[in-house]
Design a protein around this ligand. Structure first.
Ligand SMILES: [Zn+2]
Length: 102
């Protein structure tokens, strides 16, 4: 779990888990046990990112962010802004910390 910023976890309902498992099984070679899958805690994890330059804010899948982020190089992920193209997009918690210090 990252310690410099928070992520948002949304747990799936049983119906959502059933749907997800059944969709997976339509294409998968190794089928999952749907009932066992439903008994597990499954969640979607997202993160709110905000641009230090223009204030553009968006919520994105944390999977995508964690893949491009090297946590040994920086304390938090940074990316390019979809709105102003500056490399100033940081997690919302980091944004608030930086803006609060100024
Ligand atoms: Zn921006």
């Amino acid at each position: 779990m990252p310690k410099h910023f928070n992520t948002i976890k949304r747990y799936l309902s049983d119906d959502e888990k059933r749907q997800r498992a059944e969709e997976y099984n339509e294409y998968a070679f190794d089928k999952v046990d749907v009932e066992a899958f439903i008994r597990k805690d499954i969640f979607d994890e997202t993160i709110i990112l905000k641009c230090l330059n223009c204030g553009f804010q968006e919520e994105v899948d944390y999977d995508i962010i964690s893949e491009m982020w090297n946590e040994f190089q920086s304390d938090y992920p940074e990316s390019y802004c979809a709105n102003c193209n500056k490399p100033d997009v940081v997690p919302l918690d980091v944004y608030n910390r930086i803006k609060g210090l100024k």
